[in-house]
Ligand binder design. Structure first.
Ligand SMILES: [Zn+2]
Length: 417
């Protein structure tokens, strides 16, 4: 009879802190951008820990670092636990990290208790999730689901180094010419699990250490341009103006209002950029450009909201005799976690005496892509004040341990299914 251990929370936390020293900035944050020298040091540490946990370590051609603890029936598709270890500039020590190091800790516990499992356990640190070097994120996870093109490889960083060159120089094992060989399909993954800090304030507010994600919201980005007529702030009387700024204000308030509807709790709308032209304190502006980021877990509701906002823009601009235009950006559908996986994670929470909190992810993660080829589930861990991508990012040792134990208990089940 095997006895079920819990994870070693001290060992796990020490590793989180140790990795946080790699690329440490003067401001107390971490800069470990993908495929840089700092990233290489991080990868060295992580591969060492993977080996200590009884895993063999390899790279795929997207620069994803993969540890594998082989099961007794290697012909079966593996259970994969993944996340990322790259960071934004002057970012935090927990974002992505806890998912990868948590996975390694799980492998180590299973090794220490001689747990036998049919399926292999793979832990993956995906390449460039943050997009802080080549300006587009989720590179490694987009890669494994077949969404990377030659154009993505030709992207350059600020020193004009292409991603192709960066991959080539990172490790002898990576051959960006052969990315096709690293694409996975449905038969290559049994279940995909990811643990991540929440990056929001909900768990803290509700006094829960851990939450299970049911949906990942999909973002729809766009830019509105409203054009009127410039004029002298002193000489043009109010009734003769075609000022786009009050129009934009009306529209932005409308967006806040519709997104605050209590029946649309998972709907959020954010205007993050407002630019006024020509931009002088004594000039009536001729043009306003503002961005809009709409997110929801319900695609139809998000599309309806987009139509509503456009209708409002049209109405306001007609009333004020202004021209308007919308330019579309990213338009990603929301993703649902697999109910079978979510239910198992909730069962594990119950067995650990944790409240069965479920929630929605407003931010995108590697899991979003993996959902295209695998049944996917996500665990969120409370982080202090919801702060992330910042030196003040923090998650407690105990909370990370709880999240990892939930994953461990579920992994035990999936590994023998
Ligand atoms: Zn992350």
């Amino acid at each position: 009879m095997q006895t079920s251990q819990r994870i070693n929370s001290f060992r796990l936390f020490q590793r989180v802190l140790a990795l946080g020293e790699v690329g440490r900035t003067e401001k107390g944050g971490v800069t470990r951008r993908a495929l840089t020298e700092e990233d290489k040091k991080g990868h060295k540490l992580v591969s060492r820990w993977m080996k200590e946990s009884g895993m063999t370590v390899r790279y795929d051609n997207f620069g994803n670092l993969i540890g594998c603890k082989e099961g007794t029936e290697p012909g079966l598709s593996p259970v994969i636990i993944g996340s990322h270890i790259d960071s934004v500039k002057n970012g935090g020590r927990f974002d992505g990290i806890i998912g990868v190091l948590g996975g390694i800790e799980i492998a180590q516990v299973l090794k220490e208790e001689n747990f036998t499992h049919k399926r292999s356990l793979e832990v993956i640190a995906f390449c460039e999730e943050e997009g802080s070097r080549f300006n587009d994120g989720l590179f490694g996870s987009r890669g494994v689901v077949g969404k990377i093109t030659q154009e993505d490889l030709r992207k350059t960083d600020e020193k004009n180094i292409t991603r192709y060159e960066a991959l080539l120089n990172f490790s002898d094992e990576i051959d960006p010419q052969k990315i096709d060989q690293s694409i996975l399909s449905v038969k290559d993954v049994f279940v995909y699990l990811e643990m991540h800090i929440e990056q929001g304030p909900l768990l803290e507010e509700e006094d829960c250490a851990v939450g299970i994600v049911t949906h990942i919201a999909g973002p729809h980005w766009m830019n509105f341009t409203i054009t009127g007529e410039a004029g002298h702030a002193g000489t043009v009387p109010m009734h003769l103006r075609k000022d786009p700024v009050p129009a934009a204000s009306e529209i932005i308030l409308y967006i806040e209002n519709v997104c605050s509807d209590p029946n649309m709790k998972e709907t959020v709308g954010t205007v993050g950029i407002v630019e006024v032209e020509p931009g002088g304190s004594n000039i009536i502006p001729s043009k306003v450009r503002f961005s809009l980021d709409l997110r929801d877990i319900d695609l139809k509701r998000r599309e309806d909201l987009y139509e509503k906002v456009c209708g409002k823009v049209h109405e306001v601009c007609e009333k004020r005799q202004l021209q308007w235009r919308v330019d579309e950006g990213m338009r990603v559908p929301p993703v649902s976690c697999a109910p079978r996986v979510t239910n198992q994670l909730l069962k594990s929470m119950e067995s650990l005496g944790l409240p069965q909190k479920t929630m929605v992810s407003g931010a995108g993660h590697d899991a979003m892509l993996l959902a295209e080829i695998a049944e996917m589930g996500m665990v969120f861990v409370r982080c202090r004040k919801g702060i992330s991508h910042h030196p003040d990012e923090w998650a407690d040792q105990d909370d990370i341990a709880k999240g990892t134990n939930v994953l461990l208990e579920s992994a035990r089940v999936f590994l023998n299914e």
